[in-house]
Design a protein around this ligand. Structure first.
Ligand code: WQD
Length: 343
């Protein structure tokens, strides 16, 4: 029996593969490399000393998805494959709906075909839209402000409807806040295509000299220092949250949403200051206009995950900054294929 991890070569996916392998699970990875590199799978093997099956495939290719389920007995699916750049989703909505929603529909149809009913789905705090208050709980109103967020919200609704027709499904909807950091080895980490949209990879690329300076998107928000406040969570804590959710879905039925956050918010300038302290690197920045679509403050109430999954984020902001820097320092150009000796 194995766990299928879609998007397993990606930032969240690679860290989740490591924690599932370390926990003794057999895994199968499916990834189309639209936002990841094959090299990350080699690094996973180096970190864990374990091998695993891998399919370079797109969820839209039903024949290959069926081949995966035909070839290996799949016990559960951790579904992380998806496009996640908000601004790109605004300019390419059909691409996002097709990839994120149709891809999930194909996956769910094949899961039903092969009697696989355990699913952990990568959702996002984006489904909360502009929260009325913070901290945010899972029963808050849901709304999406962009096509990317709408794909996450639609998939959550699709999965709830699926459970209504088949009560043997067991589904966890994991609403990520802001994942940053990297495995402590520095062998895997965030390797965005092109200029990073997100704060931490932008900071680390300034620190390593690839980018000149950070633009701070607005300092006139109603926050402690005027800059945006977010709930940054170490990607290893996030990966461990997937492990707990997997254990939950394999021992119950139903559909439950869980916030995966620390419950603490940090401002942009607090992140910059902390990163400078732990890395010893100066991060030049300039204050620019707000980024359209940004909200002032967003952080989780993570109690439901603590009570129902037995999961709490343990790594602090300094460790997040230190591990992000270690990854970028060791991999200034991200995953570059070198001559490595396969395990
Ligand atoms: C964080 C803060 C920016 C870049 C997004 C998605 C969310 C999830 C994580 C997928 C904000 C500020 C950023 C920069 C800056 N992705 N910032 N300069 O927007 O909270 O969340 O990514 O699930 O769905 O919405 O993350 O890292 O882009 O921004 O000042 O160059 O950093 O304004 O306050 P965000 P982020």
């Amino acid at each position: 029996m194995a766990i299928l991890i879609t998007g397993g070569a990606g930032y969240i996916g690679s860290h989740t593969c490591v924690e599932l392998l370390n926990a003794g699970y057999d895994i199968v990875v499916l990834d189309n490399f639209s936002n990841s590199k094959l090299e990350s799978l080699q690094r996973i093997k180096e970190i864990t000393g374990k091998d695993f099956l891998f399919y370079e495939a797109d969820l839209l290719n039903r024949k290959i998805v069926e081949k995966v389920f035909e070839s290996t007995e799949i016990e559960a699916v951790v579904h992380l494959a998806g496009l996640k750049a908000i601004r790109e989703s605004v300019s390419k909505p059909l691409h996002y709906y097709h990839n994120n929603v149709t891809g999930t529909l194909v996956l769910c149809e094949v899961m039903k075909e092969y009697g696989v009913k355990n699913l952990v789905f990568s959702s996002s705090a984006t489904v909360y839209g502009v929260p009325e208050q913070v901290p945010i709980s899972e029963d808050f109103p849901l709304s999406a402000l962009n096509p990317y967020g709408r794909t996450k919200l639609m998939v959550e609704e699709i999965l709830r409807d699926l459970f209504v027709t088949d009560g043997s499904f067991s589904i966890a909807l994991l609403r990520y806040f802001n994942p940053i950091g990297a495995h402590k080895s520095g062998k895997i980490g965030e390797d965005p295509n092109g200029i990073p949209n997100n704060l931490m990879p932008y900071i680390t690329q300034v620190a390593v000299g690839k980018l000149k300076e950070l633009q701070v998107f607005g300092n006139d928000y109603p926050t402690s220092d005027g800059t945006g406040v977010r709930d940054y969570i170490h990607v290893v804590d996030l990966a461990l949250g997937h492990l707990r959710a997997l254990e939950k879905v394999m021992s119950s039925t139903g559909v439950e949403a869980y916030n995966l956050g620390t419950g603490t918010g940090y401002s942009v300038l607090e992140i910059v200051t902390t990163f400078q302290e732990v890395s010893g690197q100066q991060i030049p920045f300039l204050i620019s206009d707000r980024r359209s679509g940004d909200i002032a403050t967003c952080y989780a109430n993570p109690l439901k995950a603590k009570n129902e999954l037995g999961w709490v984020a343990e790594r602090g902001i300094k460790e997040m900054c230190r591990d992000s820097w270690e990854w970028q320092k060791q991999n200034p150009n991200g995953y570059v294929v070198e001559n490595h000796i396969p395990i």
